[in-house]
Design a protein around this ligand. Structure first.
Ligand code: PLP
Length: 455
């Protein structure tokens, strides 16, 4: 596609790409994706790839080329694109009703445009509740080692991935880390590891003083920190701890929300009742920028007081009022329902897991395979006995070899020092059995090329 040469030149001259070291672009070209259909994308050179990461960062849940979403957005924008100043919109009201119908116990939606923003809103709500209702107490926010909640200074203060936060401080005060719950890299030799990992949260609360702690913020399945599904026994105990110490529970569903794990939300696998849920990526599958902070009526009520001019949530998101987001989200949700994508996610997720486990039996470099639904990780190790992580440059070569085979996969990226060793898989929820087999065949080939033999 030679006609794209000026575009590539413009990109190289003017675009500062997200999360990229640009030095290599002095001698090579950035990848420009020009088209998508279903689970496939095409680059500027006309090469076709099966996308096993849903747009790079687990976003395009319903796949590419959805004209019905584009039509819904177009129709809405032509009728009414934007108005803020306390005015609502038809798609915002309808989507708030539809999404909360999937989330018993949660009823209030605050709109924004990014996952970071949605999480930051929770932190602000908790700080305001602290100021108004606890005399400044209960302002501390607990987050978990290896979790990620966004890129703003507030959300980086709650970042359990040191390489993400490095060099961007100082951060706001009052954020405290609790230990991770990845059993493969267990910190405790305890047969009831899930309960032990949750007990570690209680230990932090008791150390800090329960009267100082207002929020516990967790990913339901940790994404970029290594695709970590909390072990059995963890969530029941987490819920119990939050109730005992009157700590609000915030589940960050920015990645897991809207079907990624085979339920509408990741937390719904675990029988817990959060006070806040945030979501973004899969809400409109990348067809529009939209994020939601969802909470309970009880939290919402705490901001109602006409006598106090500072009582309401004094926050705004200019483009949280743009109607393109909820218009796209309504159609995105209709597609998930009508095409039975939750069922497909469960079935294809099971096939992906079985295929990966078969690879593990042949490739010694695969230390662990884990995940839920179409959200899975393959941790590569230099030595299975010691579990010493595989070298990052070799993991990156596996990703590159998969691309050479026509399959785009991801890896943990700048999350933990020496621990960027997990391949990440999160294909669109529409994938077929053939797609799943293509993904695992590419990984098989790539592992053999990089690590030799059958790895
Ligand atoms: N929370 C989680 C779990 C994420 O993975 C991300 C982004 O990858 C975010 C929040 C931040 O979302 P955004 O990039 O839309 O700000």
């Amino acid at each position: 596609m030679n006609d794209l040469a000026p575009v590539i030149a413009a990109d190289k001259a003017h675009v500062w790409h997200h999360m990229m070291q640009h030095k290599p672009f002095e001698t090579s070209d950035p990848r420009i994706i020009v088209e998508g259909k279903g689970a496939h994308v095409w680059d500027a050179a006309g090469r076709r790839f099966l996308d096993a990461v849903s747009g790079g960062v687990w976003t395009v849940n319903v796949g590419y080329g959805r004209t019905s979403i584009a039509d819904a957005v177009r129709d809405q924008l032509v009728r009414m694109n934007y108005f803020a100043q306390a005015a609502g919109s038809i798609p915002a009201a309808l989507f708030a009703e539809r999404i909360t119908a999937k989330m018993p116990g949660l009823s209030r939606v605050y709109y924004g445009t990014s996952g970071s923003e949605a999480n930051e809103k929770v932190f602000k709500m908790v700080r305001q509740i602290s100021a108004r209702h606890h005399g400044g107490g209960k302002s501390k926010i607990l987050y978990r080692e290896r979790d990620y909640h966004g890129t703003t200074l507030g959300t980086l203060a709650a970042c359990g991935q040191p390489e993400r936060a490095a060099q961007y401080g100082p951060f706001p005060d009052g954020f405290v880390e609790v230990p991770h719950c990845l059993e493969y890299r267990a910190q405790w030799d305890d047969p009831d590891y899930g309960r032990r990992a949750a007990d570690a949260i209680e230990e932090v609360i008791l150390r800090e003083g329960p009267e100082t702690v207002g929020l516990l913020c967790l990913e339901p399945v940790t994404a970029g920190g290594g695709v970590i599904v909390p072990p059995a026994g963890y969530w029941d105990r987490v819920q119990e701890i939050c109730r005992r110490y009157d700590i609000l529970l915030h589940i960050d569903e920015v990645v897991c929300g809207l079907g990624r794990t085979g339920e509408w939300f990741g937390y719904q696998h675990f029988g817990i009742q959060p006070d806040f849920v945030t979501m973004a990526k899969g809400v409109a599958s990348g067809y529009a920028a939209i994020a939601l902070t969802v909470t309970t009526e009880a939290v919402f009520e705490r901001f109602k007081d006409e006598a106090d001019p500072l009582a309401h949530f004094r926050d705004i998101s200019t483009f949280g009022g743009c109607t393109a987001g909820p218009a796209a989200a309504l159609e995105n949700m209709r597609i998930i329902e009508e095409e039975n994508l939750l069922e497909n996610t469960r079935a294809m997720g099971a096939r992906l897991m079985a295929n990966l486990r078969a690879l593990q039996s042949r490739h010694a470099v695969i230390g662990d395979v884990r995940g839920l639904g179409l959200f899975q990780g393959v941790e590569l190790v230099a030595d299975r006995a010691t579990r010493h992580p595989a070298e990052e440059r070799l993991v990156a070569r596996v990703v590159a070899e998969c691309a050479a085979e026509g399959v785009i996969i991801g890896m943990t990226n700048r999350s933990l020092p020496g621990m960027n060793n997990t391949l990440c898989l999160s294909p669109p929820l529409i994938v077929t059995e053939e797609d799943i087999d293509t993904i695992t065949a590419a990984i098989d080939t790539a592992l053999s090329r990089v690590f030799g033999g059958a790895g």
